[in-house]
Structure formats: structure tokens, C-alpha cells
Design a binder for this molecule. Sequence first.
Ligand code: SF4
Ligand code: SF4
Ligand code: SF4
Length: 164
Amino acid sequence: MQRRELFGSLASKLRGETSAKKQESILRPPYNNEESLFHNECQKCDGRCATVCEEEIIKIGSDKSPYLNLLKSGCTYCDDCAAACEFGVLTLENKREINAKITINRSLCMSWSSVMCFSCKDPCLDDAIAFKSLFQPIIDAEKCTACGFCISRCPVEAIEVRVV
Ligand code: SF4
Ligand code: SF4
Ligand code: SF4
């Protein structure tokens, strides 16, 4: 699934076009405590986490719970959203990474087709993208924090996000 399709699919879920059972497949802000809290506590709030996020990646869905859009920027794990949440949905004690697996689609990636490109490597502050023989980038799942900063840098939308 291409990146645009994935986010289209996520967006449609957030418009309520999915069953409550499947809500856990939404890309949530980090530091989240328990999925059920998004459905119970966020309704009391005016979306403070989205207001304080300097990267503007937190959006508020029609059910008033937050989700992430990584199409333009990524998460710096700055703690601000957790610090702003007064309802225990996001907490500093639950400093966990974004619930996503980031991978490179080799059939779309220019480098895997022998066209030199390092666009995704530069924004990765975690040094999670290794180039084998200069042309074969691979994301190291152990190092990747799912921050998403590489996504918008890829000129051919080869970086894919899967909610885990
Ligand atoms: S600040 Fe907390 S309660 Fe408010 S929308 Fe964000 S996660 Fe929900
Ligand atoms: S940790 Fe910071 S950058 Fe990441 S979603 Fe929260 S407020 Fe935004
Ligand atoms: S999502 Fe992973 S590979 Fe991409 S910039 Fe962040 S840490 Fe690096």
C-alpha cells in the first residue's frame, strides 16, 4: 500500500468509517497509556496535545481523539503532548514510541533501482537507515523510533508506515 493510500485509509477510519473494534489501528501520539482512554477521556478535552505539538503532526479526529499525520513532519519526542494532557491519556511515565513500523518499499525506492539517492538518510537522527553497497537502504528496526522524519523527504514516496 502506498503512503498516500495508507493515510487515506487512516483518515477514513478517523472519520468514523471503521468499527470500534478496529480503532486500535490508528496511529496515535507517543506516550499513550491505554487505547480505551482515547475513547473515554479525550471527549472531555479540547485537543490540547494537538495545540502544543510544534511539529503540527497531531490532529484531532471526529471522535475528539488524537491521531498522527506524518506526511509533512515527524515527532521529536519532545514530551510536550504528554505534559499537556490532563486526562491521563498521554503521560510522561508511558514514554513509548509511536505505534508504527517504518519500511522502505524496494520496488519504489530509486536507490534500490541503482539511482543514487540519500534523501531519507539525512533527516534520520537515529542513524537507522543503512545503505548496503551505496544503493540498498534498509531501516534497522532496532534503531528506528518511528519518528517519521524520513517519510516526507522521499521523492518517490517509497517509505511506508504500518500501524502496529
Ligand atoms: S490532551 Fe490528552 S485528553 Fe486531550 S485530546 Fe490529547 S490525548 Fe486526549
Ligand atoms: S512528542 Fe512533541 S513532537 Fe511528538 S507528537 Fe508529542 S508534542 Fe508532537
Ligand atoms: S522513522 Fe525511523 S528511519 Fe525514519 S527518520 Fe525516524 S528513526 Fe529514522
